[in-house]
Write a protein that binds this ligand. Sequence first.
Ligand SMILES: [Zn+2]
Ligand SMILES: [Zn+2]
Length: 252
Amino acid sequence: MDYGSRILSKGVKGADVEELQIRLAGFRGTLPDGEFGPGTELQVSNFQRDVMGSSTPTGVADGETLRAIDSFADQFSIDFAQLKCRCGKCDGFGQGRFKGKYLGNQKAEAFHLYEYPGIHRMLLWAVRAAVFYLPEHRFSFSSGYRCGVDNQQHHRNTTNHCGKAVDLDAALEPGEGKREDAIKCTKIRGRLVEVSNAQIGWGAVNRKALEPDNVAPTWVHYDVRAYEARYLEDRFFCKSLTALDARKPILI
Ligand SMILES: [Zn+2]
Ligand SMILES: [Zn+2]
């Protein structure tokens, strides 16, 4: 079923449910499996309560809710210019190289060298929610896509920024330094665990992940590398705001 063509509620399955789960990734979540269960109901309820200001959230994604999600997208736009790879060789989102190739002999997603075709949509929708839930901060992306060429230029061997990760920077106020920045980032991570069901570290599968503060002290690294391969198919990745929003007519 096309997203926007029917009301979505508990028990419903389909590609439109998966789309809803992606769009509400930052409102609890966090599995885009296309099955509307209690987790999806909680996503919808939290969005209705927190964004739509409903005192009696229904957990049913009706026309009003889907339209509110579109307005939320407009209000919390994503600047793709900040996300593009800076190597000067690729189009900004890698060259689609190294699918199924791993760094060393560790066949885990964390070492997958594949240059995914863009950035994971669920991750960017989750960033929107982060900006919504943390209005006291001014966010920008300090790092987005980093392809294999960029990694070579910088002598890096990490591969998660090939579409599965972004780094968020919270602007400092005058007089603030590294210490204040670290405190800020720790608080932001805590809030994302609370509202978005993210984990710190990568222990759980199929969960959005944040680098711990000893790895990322003064920035917030957010990623989807703990997801199983079926949630990392090419179709989940996007290279533009149009593709991220995937605007569909709401017919209900
Ligand atoms: Zn590049
Ligand atoms: Zn990072």
